[in-house]
Design a protein around this ligand. Sequence first.
Ligand SMILES: C[S@@+](CC[C@H](N)C(=O)[O-])C[C@H]1O[C@@H](n2cnc3c(N)ncnc32)[C@H](O)[C@@H]1O
Length: 738
Amino acid sequence: MLSNDRGKYLVFFDDGYAQYVQHQYTRLVCESSPLVWEEVHPFSREFVREYLLAYPERPMVRLHEGQNLKTEWNGKWWSSRVARVDASLAQVVFVGDGRREWIYRGSTRLAPLYLELRAAERHRPRPMPRSKAQPRSNMPYVEYTRSDEQESKNRQEAQAQQEQQHNEEMIRRQRAVAKKSTSIPAPPPPQIVSNTDAVTSRVVYYTPKNAVKPYKMVPHRCSAKCKRSDVLTLKDLRTYNPLAKPLLSGWERQIVRFKGHKEVMYRAPCGRRLRNMPELHRYLRATDSDLPVDLFDFQPATHCLAEFVLNKCLVGKKDLSHGKENVPVPCVNYYDESLPEFCSYNTERTPTAGVPLNLDPEFLCGCDCTDDCQDKSKCACWKMTLEGARTIGLDGPNVGYAYKRLPEPLPSGIYECNSRCKCKHTCLNRVAQHPLQLKLQVFKTLNRGWGIRALNDVPKGAFLCVYAGNLLTDATANLDGLNEGDEYLAELDYIEVVEQMKEGYEEDIPEVDKKLDKKELFKEEEASDEEPPSSSSEEDNASKSDKEDDDFRPGYIGLGVMEFNKRLRKRDKTKKDKDKPDSEDNKEKDSKENIIKEKDSASKENPDEDCITISDDEEVREPSRFMAQAGMGASEFISKYKSVRTLFGKDEACYIMDAKVQGNIGRYLNHSCCPNVFVQNVFVDTHDPRFPWVAFFALSHIKAGTELTWNYNYDVGSVPGKVLYCYCGAPNCRGRLL
Ligand SMILES: C[S@@+](CC[C@H](N)C(=O)[O-])C[C@H]1O[C@@H](n2cnc3c(N)ncnc32)[C@H](O)[C@@H]1O
């Protein structure tokens, strides 16, 4: 098969290898047929046909020299390093034996692509590694390379008939509409993108000139007497930027240099200096202040008084929410005079026919805390969050909210305090249940419809808004999606996400593996305390390589490379277990443990040899025999766990939030391959795992004027016949949304 690529021809040989060939070495045999697969060897024909139909754009792993990844060889995954990249080919060096091989970047022998396509085929959410201190910069990812538009149009016409037939079959097997997922996508490289379109705007830094200043500090014991009556109250400041509120009501924020780095201190109205969140929280409690902790931020990079201002706008609307939000939601259009299509603004989700949402508080359990729910080990609601986190292998006091900020997603969900709780409405475990606080603006983008930008700086982990709309059954969503469009569908896939993570974190793994896991975990904790690398030079890449190799943890949260091994082997074991009588289980387990022990000692002898078994009884694949639908022939990867979903009924599927006809500001959040927002499942008014709230939090510090975006986590190729190009503009953009 030939394909012209920058003056050379990329030849795919029937034995699976690919190579570039100069023009003089090629011979024209006949004119090429639009149905190219008809010309290839019958052995590969079906595969090529399926591949081209399923992926009109070529999915390829974006690679650069020095990068580390797992590559398949002889049915096993091996550590390898990219030595060279030549257009669509990459030369990889196998770390174990130094062997070099040129591989097509669209081959599923490259683990990132294998996993991506397998996920698309199974259309299951793919929990990915928790981003620790910094997202990994050197991680390969899959992009969708757009081929020449005209060529693809011609081909599409010729294929239309065949496609229709094929698609009908696919539709029967797959989903019909696109639904966003709440699973955690792979962390993007840490490039900073400002995807605010190039409009004339500026950021102004206000100085609260007439604001009341704190008193000069005189020694005293802080109490309710420290409250001042000569300052503006929270009620007076309702529509102000949250971070500006304290500074307009008697507080001062100072940035000081301490041991060579900047630190933030607040001066309270009584003159008391407060250096961090715990001190601040103690003070607010001691003085019986009504200011919540999330009006404060101790990051020196945050400008609490920065505000984005658009110089010109052709049309605007003061409040899209018509007073339904706590603060107005302005809408502006710099490009033309259009306004967003009508949508009934609603801040709450509305169950439709067939959705068994039960909000009776009798089914909730609550806490009786009197300490603002500060002690996580005592608060009944916090305990539910921590218990859930443990089931996916996360432990410790740093899980979940920290002074009302969520530094990173918690896939097992957050249980907030609720109407049954005895605690105050302002306790530390109530965040997403509060109405909109931030000043956000809906604006017309150049090529992505309407989007949302933050008008002020937003600290990392700050709560932004929820995603509200009509709650639909899967069946209704599919029907409505086909009839009215699926742009605003978001899947309540909390159960699936957690199930998949539990699959990774298995309790009944052989002890020898558990010990290894602990070591790996410990290693990671240590690593996370290190300073993030400040340079991304190639030399650095090379020196980082070993660590990043270890960081390769596809399909599973924050554990070491051994997890991949264990997870896949485990699934394989599951199948065997299912087929074997009980008495054989132990023999099987013993022999597995022996294999692991052998492997462990082998790897000690040759530390470089860290191959990963996909499945013991999977046929050894020929090189480059990549699968159009990853996962084909991998049906043995079946979890032994029965999904919690099945407990609710045989045909129970995810419920869907549809913000098409009614919804809140969350419906305007666009997608980015390098997002600054993440999605979190939060339980507020029900503990039914089918109905979490979908809440958005800041993934990083967001500067005033920046567009807010999350990763829709669509599986490209999962909706037959639907192609949606991505215009997020991020350097790591994958090219396609769907
Ligand atoms: C939930 S809506 C987001 C709001 C939407 N832009 C609007 O005008 O209402 C999702 C739709 O926005 C568009 N969109 C969002 N992110 C995009 C991106 N990165 N590139 C292209 N289109 C995007 C797509 O049409 C997508 O189906």
